[in-house]
Design a protein around this ligand. Sequence first.
Ligand code: NAD
Length: 330
Amino acid sequence: DKLGIALVGLGGYSKGKLAPAFEFTKFCKLSGIVTGSPDKAKEWMEQHNIPEKNVYNYDNFDTIADNPDIDIVYVVLPNAMHADYVIRAAKAGKHVICEKPFDISVKKAQAAVDACKAAGKLLQIGYRCQYDPFHQEIMRIGREKVLGDIKVIRTSDSFFGVNSSNWRFTDRELAGGGALMDIGVYCIQGARYSSGEEPVAVWANTFNTYPGKMDGMEETITFTMEFPSGAIANCTASYVARADELHISAEKGNYGLEPGYGYAPPQGYMQNEKMDFERHNQQAVQMDAFARNILDGTPVIADGEEGVQDMRVIEAIYKSAKKGGKRVKL
Ligand code: NAD
């Protein structure tokens, strides 16, 4: 039988991408919801055939512990609420998926990892790209050094959002930062998994050009990551431009993805050859992989430690930006 997932937070990503993905999942299904809005609860119950006993609000959420229909809690809330809900879910005896970024600090992310460990529950971060065949091919080319050693990575994830009133553009407390927290994390991920290395140092600068917007948060950030092999990644995340790319230059040639991280199906190339893989619903594949980890007792690919490591890199990047772009060691 399929494992039951409860979505916590019924905003854009839950409604637009996760709920529709259950049409394609084989090992899990949408069984419950957690929402502060009675109107949304009613709409989702009708649309997704969810019984009232599987509907929770943020106050009675912890009683989900007593509900055998729910195996997995999927946290899809604003960034700064992630760790708290992961911890509450683990304490309620549920396995947990947590959206990216893990939270807004290493400390909170680590506390969430520790809580899952203490409860004996599995944890996955919603890094859907790690489950995608195009991204996995990028990892393979690097790992097998098909084009020799990687030297320079150029990656960007950017969209035009600066004028929106959503919390990610307006509420520093909830977002934890600007473009880096939301989309720069894809560049950190892309650089880490294409090189297969962990950065030893970073340099960063932030930019704001829309007066009165992005209250205390960066609109655009550029950062460089230096890897132990000497490979360098040049990264950009911006809320005022459009870009979605992961380009890798190795000794004997180049390869990459464009688009890479967004919802558009990835396109890949190596030298002059186009990559050709079957395209799956990324969210379905990611959730199914986690369900199989639970059923088979296998390790989670995008586990909590992955999320904590990205938070370490994010903290170093912000530290560098604060120091006007000085090199910060990791
Ligand atoms: P959203 O603003 O559309 O939804 C957030 C939901 O949280 C809303 O339904 C809101 O009502 C609810 N909420 C509960 N308490 C809240 C509070 N105190 N303040 C504000 N909202 C509150 O955001 P989203 O785009 O769905 O993003 C949610 C999370 O998912 C973010 O962490 C984001 O980074 C992540 N996300 C991941 C992907 C991906 O591709 N993996 C894509 C989009 C979003």
